[in-house]
Design a binder for this molecule. Structure first.
Ligand SMILES: NC(=O)c1ccc[n+]([C@@H]2O[C@H](COP(=O)([O-])OP(=O)(O)OC[C@H]3O[C@@H](n4cnc5c(N)ncnc54)[C@H](OP(=O)(O)O)[C@@H]3O)[C@@H](O)[C@H]2O)c1
Length: 335
């Protein structure tokens, strides 16, 4: 029986202190059977949902992790042995068995990454679930049309940086983001083409939104929840829409607003729609076509912050929850 090194959940974490709750250890790799392949993982995605899945309670998007068991999540790697005609040796594939160095993947769930369309790491960021989340939140959920004004929270992160740039490429009139710290704000404005960026750690966000959107926000793409969600709500245009993508502030904040703030949805006749990206799979081909075109024409900045080595996986996740990533957070497992 072959084994590989994996990141294991040693104990349930408190707040954003996740690194100390993880350990490294060996796990068994199943023998190859027809339709499967052995993949050497190169990069894995670091996602806020991984933190949610460490909790014991309500399920976060998918199954929660067991104490002593391995974590999982999106990864790309190279096929090194194969019992599948669909996954030839040497191919780059994307699959869900990250947080380990090697994985045996099934050709019904792993997908080939066409490196002629986008570089390998982009298949985890702009061309991956990250970009697809931004796309789903803006179009089928947010119903964005050209000429509308858009506000994106968590704009310096993976989904947020894509959401703001996609909105601009799809014809939004004004795109404003919020992010933590001067470096992220400058990057979003100078390189990613946001019209304005609010540093939520230092600014009066509600007042800054009032100045940036004198006629109100048409579409609010919210990654953060909490007080920023409320500040956005107070600046919505009548009949505006809120696309609820996530609430990453839930993990580290105890100062949460009251539900009484929701009266603003009545006064402004606002529609709030939550969504999960996996419900929009039929849009994947059109999404890949559009985004690979934007990448090829140099119209999209697809930046990643890379943490090195499986031993830094916990630090990478903790870094993400504390804002250490500019764009997509990845962990490099091998070349
Ligand atoms: N609905 C779906 O299907 C779906 C799919 C994927 C992801 N998501 C959600 O999308 C959101 C973004 O995910 P991502 O992968 O792109 O992560 P990310 O934005 O790259 O990383 C998380 C970012 O959140 C910010 N943050 C952390 N604590 C915060 C707080 N208290 N207040 C404000 N900002 C805070 C940090 O940036 P700062 O430096 O700016 O603080 C950090 O970099 C998450 O809520 C995630 O759960 C939803």
């Amino acid at each position: 029986m072959k084994q590989t090194t994996a990141v294991l959940l040693a104990r349930r974490p408190q707040g954003t202190k996740v690194a100390e709750a993880l350990s490294l250890g060996p796990i068994d790799l199943p023998e190859l059977t027809p339709g499967t392949a052995l993949v050497r993982n190169q990069y894995m995605s670091v996602d806020p949902s991984t933190r949610g899945r460490m909790d014991p309670g309500e399920k976060q998007y998918t199954t929660n992790f067991e104490i002593g068991g391995p974590l999982d999540g999106s990864a790309i790697g190279i096929v090194v042995e194969s019992a599948s005609d669909l996954l030839p040796v040497g191919a780059t594939v994307r699959h869900r068995l990250g947080w380990r160095e090697y994985a045996v993947v099934d050709d019904r769930t792993a997908t080939l990454c066409d490196l002629a369309k986008a570089p390998a790491v982009s298949w985890l960021s702009a061309m991956g679930q990250t970009g697809f989340t931004a796309y789903a939140g803006l179009l089928p959920v947010g119903r964005l049309t050209a000429g509308e004004s858009v506000f994106v929270t968590g704009a310096g992160g993976a989904v947020g940086s894509m959401a703001g740039q996609f909105a601009r490429l799809l014809g939004a009139s004004t795109v404003v983001g919020s992010a933590g710290g001067a470096e992220k704000c400058a990057w979003l404005k100078d390189e990613c083409g946001f019209d304005e960026v609010i540093d939520y750690r230092t600014a009066d966000v509600r007042a800054a939104l009032g100045a940036a959107f004198p006629e109100g926000i048409d579409l609010f793409f919210d990654n953060v929840g909490g007080w920023q969600m409320v500040h956005g709500l107070h600046n919505m245009r009548i009949h505006g829409r809120i696309s609820m993508c996530g609430a990453v502030s839930n993990f580290g904040t105890t100062d949460q607003p009251s539900l009484a703030e929701l009266i603003e949805t009545v006064l402004r006749r606002v529609t709030i729609q939550g969504f999960i990206v996996r419900d929009f799979e039929e849009l994947r081909p059109e999404f890949e076509e559009r985004v690979s075109g934007w990448l090829a024409r140099g119209e999209l900045v697809d930046r990643a912050t890379v943490f090195e080595g499986i031993e830094n996986a916990g630090a990478g996740l903790e870094g993400l929850l504390n804002g250490a990533n500019l764009g997509k957070a990845l962990i490099r497992l091998s070349d």
